[in-house]
Design a protein around this ligand. Sequence first.
Ligand code: HEM
Length: 189
Amino acid sequence: MSTIREMLRAEGGALHEQVDATFGRYALQTRPHYTAFLQAHAQALIGLEALLERSGIQRLLPDWAERRRTEVLGEDLQQLAAAPPEPVALERLLDEGECWGVAYVLEGSRLGSRLLDRHAGESPDEAVRDARAYLGHVPPQGAWPGFLQRLDEAGRDARLHPAMLAGQRLAFEVFLAAGQRHAPAVIAC
Ligand code: HEM
């Protein structure tokens, strides 16, 4: 039988592709695109982190405080003198399964962030290179394998699976919408 992580990966593959393609349109080495990229991520991530906290993520992940990236993202925007966007407003609370699904997307997004951090770090623009606290955020040691272990333990209760998958969908869709909303105009060549 598959683990919930395997199910999430399988179900989330198409959404991840869309998110990847959407954010691939931002030329991260240029200041306007990098700023728009951070604004899109801030809109999604800050809203989702607040939602997780209101829904009790600290009970599921005791080291949550060291995982959250709301502050560092705000610092990067401030450094770039960019307006912080209105975070996406999600009124209702998440149940436990949905919390796991949303947290999986947020923690998984770090895998892509590492590549993007390297890319932005090669920008000729010093302002971009100096505003990488979000992409370069380092979670506690072993955060990803530790997260997956907890996720899979929680996922032994198959009754949580539909909510876990729904949480994943919600989080990817929030990122996708923010990515599309802030997308820079395509530069004609
Ligand atoms: C241009 C942007 C992105 C790139 C280039 C990218 C790239 C990657 C890469 C290379 C992996 C590792 C795949 C593997 O080891 O098999 C990954 C995993 C993942 N990414 Fe992204 N990613 C991007 C954006 C995002 C965003 C914005 C999110 C969330 C909103 C996200 C969520 C995930 C998740 C949940 C996984 C984990 C899958 C798993 O191993 O269980 N990614 N991504």
